[in-house]
Design a protein around this ligand. Structure first.
Ligand SMILES: Cc1cc2nc3c(=O)[nH]c(=O)nc-3n(C[C@H](O)[C@H](O)[C@H](O)COP(=O)(O)OP(=O)(O)OC[C@H]3O[C@@H](n4cnc5c(N)ncnc54)[C@H](O)[C@@H]3O)c2cc1C
Length: 476
């Protein structure tokens, strides 16, 4: 049966049996179409807002499969979606009628403990990376949910528990193997510094990364972990104390504040179920006992409902939020805004808007930035400006599609109000639920790097084949 696929010009083209057979002859992974046993499961992504139907899913087993898929797209002008871990909040990694290049079978991680380097295949999750690197007492800065993909998170920046100690995930990217739009395999690194520069923050635009090479840092297996859970009723006072403490922290400590309602989950003590809370979380990336001493103050900002702080396995810290983000189980719409400082007016907004959250699993999430991540000059990586000390991420999550309009409106209202506050500027695109990027959002994310990115896009992807992402149009 011929397969109908969408083209870049929004039309459709038909792949005849012979062409599919030729592809199949070399392809090592499965080629999955509607009606195949694997298809329905292969369409499930993290964000339950998206129930899309790609025309063909090429589940690649290695770089050669990726090359074949990209060449097929090039030769037939096909619309391509690329999926790593499938966590795109904006739904970039699945599209109706597209050729989906699915990297979920490419999850190998190879660690060189002598060089302190981890080579990670393009579809691995942070859980895969942590598992292998921790064998050698090493860690690569990633995110805070272990099922998130290395691919999208790194290519968009990467904020987690180690960014103040060791930089964003993209700052730790040494080199990468990339299949570019012409179907060639390139190495981004000393051989091609411009491609590496572009991958560090604007990456989905430049090709399919089949392997990442990261710097890994000594850490674990135990880390000093702070988790103080305060009643939301005390949020005004606790947030002020947290902000004042956070302003003088050493790089080893990465901390965040989260306004949320704790789910009735077996992962949590029963007395915490359904409580509206402010969680102050922190990880110290150094000596464990010194770390616990350094984290003492955050446990006394008020009277916690529970204090789960203590030395903990690094892998457990990395997985602590996992049970609350089941694949496809939540609908999500997020937006974010950087703040150079947290004025009292911003804290008051958090407290008030925190009370109005449209669903218990909706959260207001405020990581402290700075440290090593903050010292990288804006022009050194595509990611851009690092001057903000905080990020406000307004993360609507809900379970019933009937609540979508209300949840999306709430996020937009909070953002609109926050944008008028002192110190607000710019957005973090990895936390963006916008499916289509307007020029303003692009400029606010990439700033002065945008022009150079446009030229890089023209060089590596002149026809904008990789466009289902935070897209940068080719320039010049
Ligand atoms: C529950 C949850 C927790 C999160 N936590 C964090 C966090 O702690 N810190 C943080 O910074 N972000 C976090 N994010 C945001 C996350 O970084 C982005 O959603 C990111 O895009 C997810 O990457 P992925 O590979 O899982 O996504 P996918 O949906 O697979 O990919 C998203 C896009 O990235 C590109 N891409 C992915 N892999 C490749 C590749 N190998 N080669 C080329 N392009 C690729 C493609 O353009 C793709 O469309 C979180 C998201 C969710 C849903």
């Amino acid at each position: 049966m011929p397969v109908l696929l969408r083209t870049l010009t929004s039309g459709e083209t038909s792949l005849e049996d012979g062409e599919l057979d030729a592809l199949r002859a070399g392809f090592r992974g499965p080629l999955i179409g509607p009606g195949d046993d694997l298809y329905e499961q292969a369409c499930v992504v993290q964000n339950g807002m998206f129930h899309r139907r790609p025309a063909l899913i090429a589940r690649c087993s290695g770089t050669a499969d990726v090359v074949d898929a990209v060449r097929l797209a090039r030769d037939h002008d096909l619309l391509i979606a690329v999926r790593g871990g499938g966590h795109s909040v904006a739904g970039h990694s699945i599209h109706d009628g597209a050729l989906l290049i699915d990297l979920s079978a490419m999850r190998g991680v190879d660690v060189d403990p002598q060089r302190r380097v981890a080579r990670v295949q393009g579809g691995a999750t942070w859980g895969d990376v942590d598992r292998e690197t921790q064998l050698f007492g090493l860690a690569v800065p990633g995110g805070i949910v272990s099922s998130t993909g290395v691919g999208g998170l790194t290519l968009g920046g990467g904020i987690g528990w180690l960014h103040r100690a060791h930089g964003l995930a993209c700052d730790n990217l040494r080199s990468a193997e990339v299949v570019t739009a012409d179907g060639k395999v390139r190495r981004a690194g000393p051989e091609d510094p411009e491609l590496l520069w572009a991958l560090r923050g604007a990456g989905g635009n430049f090709g399919v990364v089949t392997a990442f090479e990261f710097d890994a840092h000594p850490l674990g297996p135990t880390v000093a972990n702070g988790t103080a859970i305060y009643p939301a009723a005390d949020a005004g006072q606790v947030l002020r104390a947290w902000r004042d403490w956070a302003s003088g922290l050493p790089d080893e400590i990465t901390t965040r504040a989260v306004l949320w309602t704790l789910p009735a989950s077996p992962a949590l003590p029963a007395e915490l179920h359904d409580q509206d809370v402010l969680i102050i979380g922190a990880v110290h990336a150094g000596h464990v006992e010194d770390g616990m001493t350094a984290l003492e103050p955050m446990r006394r900002f008020g009277t916690p409902l529970a204090d789960l702080s203590g030395p903990a396995p690094y892998t457990a810290v990395q997985q602590a939020f996992d049970p609350f983000f089941p694949k496809g189980g939540l609908l999500s719409y997020w937006k974010s805004l950087y703040f150079r400082e947290l004025d009292d007016a911003v804290l008051d907004l958090l407290v008030r808007r925190g009370r109005e959250r449209p669903h218990p699993v909706t959260m207001l999430h405020v990581p402290l930035l700075g440290g090593a991540a903050g010292r990288v000059p804006a022009a050194d990586t595509a990611f851009g400006d690092r001057n903000a000390d905080y990020l406000l991420s307004v993360d609507a999550n809900w379970t019933d599609a009937d609540d979508t309009a209300r949840a999306v409106r709430w996020v937009r209202d909070v953002l609109a109000e926050a944008e008028s506050m002192p110190g607000a500027a710019g957005t973090y695109l990895n936390f963006s639920g916008e499916a289509v990027l307007d020029p303003g959002a692009r400029a606010s994310a990439y700033g002065d790097n945008l022009e150079r990115l446009g030229r890089a896009k023209a060089r590596y992807d002149p026809h904008n084949r990789f466009r289902l992402n935070n897209n940068i149009p080719p320039q010049g």
